[in-house]
Design a protein around this ligand. Structure first.
Ligand SMILES: Cc1cc2nc3c(=O)[nH]c(=O)nc-3n(C[C@H](O)[C@H](O)[C@H](O)COP(=O)(O)O)c2cc1C
Length: 187
């Protein structure tokens, strides 16, 4: 059976730079025999975490008030099993887009379980491809990398980041950019 990879596109922008690049990566990986599930936040109706903290309470520990209302809870359950997750996201104001952060905050219910040693996962990897419009800036990816590191650690995934600069639209995805991303995902 082919290895399954979860590919998350964290952009709110349908057919934008991030989603376009994620689709190219999906084609690339499938051609190499992987089974890829692309989960694009731009195409999902989901609730952002509203910080109610119910998931931290003993009587509701590790659960979420939205768990049966959208697909995020079951996606996170999958992230505990799959040991290869690829995460694509654009940089908005030096961080993840707000909607994507709302998605990440939903992992608080899993964090609650992890804090009480109630999560079991084998070590794995989360490879993040971050897309920035600005051609320069050595701090462009710092905030996002920190957030992703703590998010991924809940699922026992360590983070590797590939930061791409100067990509403001799908038309800026050159062959060189594609090759850089494919080689990053392949290592
Ligand atoms: C609200 C907003 C904020 C942005 N902030 C930054 C930024 O801080 N640094 C940067 O390099 N590019 C920034 N950009 C440019 C995007 O990173 C770039 O256009 C990217 O290709 C967008 O990807 P998308 O089409 O998937 O949304 C911003 C774009 C938007 C819409």
């Amino acid at each position: 059976m082919s290895e399954k990879i979860l590919l998350i596109s964290g952009s709110p922008n349908k057919n934008g730079t991030t989603e376009t690049l994620a689709l190219k990566a999906k084609v690339f990986l499938e051609a190499r025999g992987y089974s890829v599930r692309l989960f694009s936040l731009a195409r999902e109706q989901f609730y952002a975490c509203q910080g109610c903290q119910k998931c931290m309470q003993d009587s509701f520990l590790g659960r979420c008030i939205f768990e049966s209302k959208d697909n995020i809870y079951s996606l996170f359950q999958e992230m505990l099993i799959l040991r290869k997750v690829f995460f694509f996201a654009p940089i908005y104001f030096y961080h993840l887009p707000g909607r994507c952060k709302g998605f990440i905050d939903r992992a608080q219910s899993f964090y609650a379980l992890q804090q009480r040693n109630k999560l079991n996962a084998l070590p794995g990897i989360l490879k993040a491809v971050l897309v920035a419009g600005r051609p320069k800036g050595n701090k462009l990816f710092i905030g996002t990398e920190l957030t992703l590191t703590y998010f991924a650690s809940i699922f026992c995934l360590s983070v590797k980041v590939c930061g791409l600069r100067g990509l403001d639209a799908p038309k800026h995805i050159s062959q060189q950019v594609e090759e850089k991303v494919f080689s990053f995902l392949s290592i």
